[in-house]
Design a protein around this ligand. Structure first.
Ligand code: SAM
Length: 293
């Protein structure tokens, strides 16, 4: 890479920047002949202030292992390394995965990076035990990627992810709100979620046609066994597939095959059969799964 060199203030010395700006993003994309694809959600951040804000919001600590999904050209990776983290980065695009160690060697030599060239939806082993997830997620798969990582990597205790605003608000939604849905309840299985900031679409190349937010999570102890989670998630899916219907109808397929059978399971769980999925907490859904056993 032809890393852009900037003249340091006053003394005429040249320094290689530690983070990627518009010039470096343009150079790297040219070098790799990368045309960002929508299919892989490739929108690259070219603003160092945004990167530093994400790293700071995530509370990254020196020496800890951070998992990044979709490092792309390395914008956020370099921010995490600058903060002293050891980074494991999972990238599906081979050209980007191969280039990243070179970029890091030039811009931040001596830092610790492991690149895994794989699909984040399939990865089940990592070269280390990350405690924190920090990522600008590919938007079309952000929820399935998050749920996959939370199932397979219990070492992840907290995280900050950048996602499409609508998805972020859904993840952090409380029961009773219009946007509360299956992702909100499933996410709540793993801990507490919050909106941690807005991100302007102007910091990306190419500029996306949606707004973005930062979503934070803190993991809590899971409330049930893995078998209970699977049963609970199936009930959540059924409840929100027909979210306007009363639960005794929406859940008839998964609770005994009839509305009468569903009513009796719901009664055992202490849930009104006339209620709707959007009113229930994750604990309510778990109680239904347990009553159905
Ligand atoms: N982190 C970079 C940044 O902030 O500039 C790039 C973020 S871009 C929104 C998403 C990245 O995820 C792209 O590099 C894309 O190639 C990668 N990606 C898309 N689908 C993926 C998947 N299933 N597994 C791993 N990486 C994926």
């Amino acid at each position: 890479m032809n890393a852009h060199r900037h003249e340091a203030e006053g003394n005429g010395a040249v320094v290689t920047p530690r983070l990627l700006g518009p010039a470096e993003i343009r150079d790297l994309a040219q070098l790799l002949d990368v045309t960002p694809t929508k299919k892989l959600g490739q929108n690259f951040v070219h603003d160092a202030n945004t990167v530093r804000r994400i790293v700071q919001t995530a509370g990254v600590e020196r020496g800890e292992t951070v998992l990044e999904i979709g490092p792309g050209l390395g914008s956020l990776t370099l921010g995490l390394l600058e903060a002293g983290a050891s980074v494991i980065a999972v990238e599906i695009d081979r050209r980007l995965a191969e280039q990243l160690p070179h970029t890091v060697r030039i811009m931040q030599p001596g830092t610790e990076l492991h690149v895994v060239h794989d699909d984040a939806l399939r990865v089940t082993e990592l070269p280390g035990e990350p405690v924190r997830l920090v990522a600008n997620l590919p938007y079309n798969v952000s929820v399935p990627v998050l749920l996959h990582l939370l199932v397979h990597f219990p070492s992840l205790r907290s995280g900050i992810v950048m996602v499409q605003a609508e998805v972020g608000h859904r993840l952090a939604a409380e029961p009773g709100s219009k946007i509360y849905g299956a992702p909100s309840v499933k996410a709540a299985w793993y801990g507490r979620w919050r909106i941690a900031g807005q991100v302007s679409r102007m910091v990306f190349w190419p500029v996306p046609n949606v707004d973005s937010v930062l979503v934070g999570f803190e993991r809590a102890d899971v409330p049930g066994t893995e078998a209970e989670r699977i049963a609970t998630f199936a009930i959540i899916d059924a409840a929100f597939q027909q979210r306007r219907k009363m639960l005794r109808q929406a859940l008839s397929g998964v609770l005994g095959g009839s509305s009468a059978a569903a009513t009796s399971v719901l009664a055992r769980a202490g849930i009104a059969p006339e209620s709707r999925g959007e009113q229930l907490t994750m604990d309510d859904f778990l109680r239904i799964a347990r009553a159905a056993r």
